[in-house]
Design a protein. Structure first.
Length: 168
């Protein structure tokens, strides 16, 4: 009887873990379609053939404030190449515009993007969202995640991964 109960719990945890979407390197990146701050529509499926860098950020994120200038340098390095940099935020236009006057981005901003966050964030055992800001996803030309990272000072890792994907 005890082994039956243990087997039941193991099966339940295995099914729960399997049912959660795991966005690890090599897995397909979830598609999205959203309008940028400048009015352009971005869809991951329409960006096939390009390397896509998603940066999840917030106007309230202290680490993001210091990382944006580093990310701008990486974006500048790849300007004119087959790389698209998208800044994904849940913040709305009213919050973003004053922030961008003080801290400009050299890439496209996707405001009001809670739906994208839901597709890319991990979930804990209770189903709560778990993502650190800033969070980075580098997606290859075929739409697969090749790098996933978050936190402080990841610009050199991003630069290296983008360079590698462009040379393939």
């Amino acid at each position: 009887m005890r082994s039956l109960v243990v087997s039941f719990f193991v099966l339940c945890f295995a099914v729960a873990g399997y049912s959660q979407q795991v966005l690890m390197p090599g897995n397909p990146a979830p598609d999205f379609a959203v309008q940028s701050l400048d009015g352009q529509l971005y869809s991951l499926s329409h960006l096939q053939g390009k390397v896509v860098v998603l940066t999840f950020w917030s106007t309230r994120c202290e680490i993001c404030h210091s990382e944006i200038p580093k990310l701008n340098r990486v974006a500048d390095r790849y300007r004119g190449q087959d790389v698209v940099f998208l800044g994904v935020t849940m913040d709305n236009q009213v919050k973003i515009e004053p922030y961008l006057r003080r801290t400009p981005f050299n890439f496209n901003i996707l405001p009001n993007s809670f739906d994208i966050l839901l597709k890319y964030a991990d979930r804990d055992g209770s189903g709560n969202i778990n993502i650190g800001f800033p969070a980075y996803f580098v997606i290859d030309r075929g739409g697969r995640i090749q790098m996933r990272s978050s936190g402080w000072d990841k610009s050199s890792n991003l630069d290296s991964e983008i360079g590698k994907l462009l040379s393939e």
